[in-house]
Design a protein around this ligand. Sequence first.
Ligand SMILES: Nc1ncnc2c1ncn2[C@@H]1O[C@H](COP(=O)(O)OP(=O)(O)OP(=O)(O)O)[C@@H](O)[C@H]1O
Length: 189
Amino acid sequence: MSAALAFEDVACVRGGRLLFEEVGFALGPGDALLVRGPNGVGKSSLIRIAAGLLPPAAGTVRVDGGRALLAEGIALDSELSLGEALRFWAGLEGRGHYLVDAENRVGLRSLSRVPVRLLSTGQRRRAGLARVIASGAPVWLLDEPANGLDSGAISMLEDIVARHRAEGGIAVVATHQPISLPGAQELTL
Ligand SMILES: Nc1ncnc2c1ncn2[C@@H]1O[C@H](COP(=O)(O)OP(=O)(O)OP(=O)(O)O)[C@@H](O)[C@H]1O
């Protein structure tokens, strides 16, 4: 996987308020960044800037490779079965064969026919992660990915991110919860 994500002197303003400035990091294949800081400091905003959904107020963002975002919403059609909803995303990237693998890796294969709206909170979070896996994108942007996950599922999340990095992917993780990301760069806002 060829992948890169870099911020150079990035500033973020929301609602007329400066949240952060002069933020810089450079990530290449296999790298991860752990973003920490108190509520409201701008972690989600940084993730949105990295995703290209929010323009930086200053500075430059460089991205090489597709991006997959896991934010508060899981971006899956709630009326479709989990399998159908995931197929939409996997299909978009022409990677339908990743679908079953993604369901297996998040432990939801047995729920493939269940409508997304009936999934529990933790299962919805896992489904969002399956979408990220199925997208095949090298640059993962995960905003509070452990929300709603039990301890076993957090281990699963750690394994999934570790495998993604071992395959040359990049992960940016904003979280309040302790998540093991060996060798990750850390950024406290
Ligand atoms: N669309 C918006 N317009 C104006 N201000 C916003 C908007 N979205 C977020 N903000 C403000 O930006 C600030 C940072 O929000 P953000 O969600 O990035 O913080 P966070 O560090 O992720 O917080 P938390 O830990 O609570 O999730 C907050 O004060 C929030 O009110």
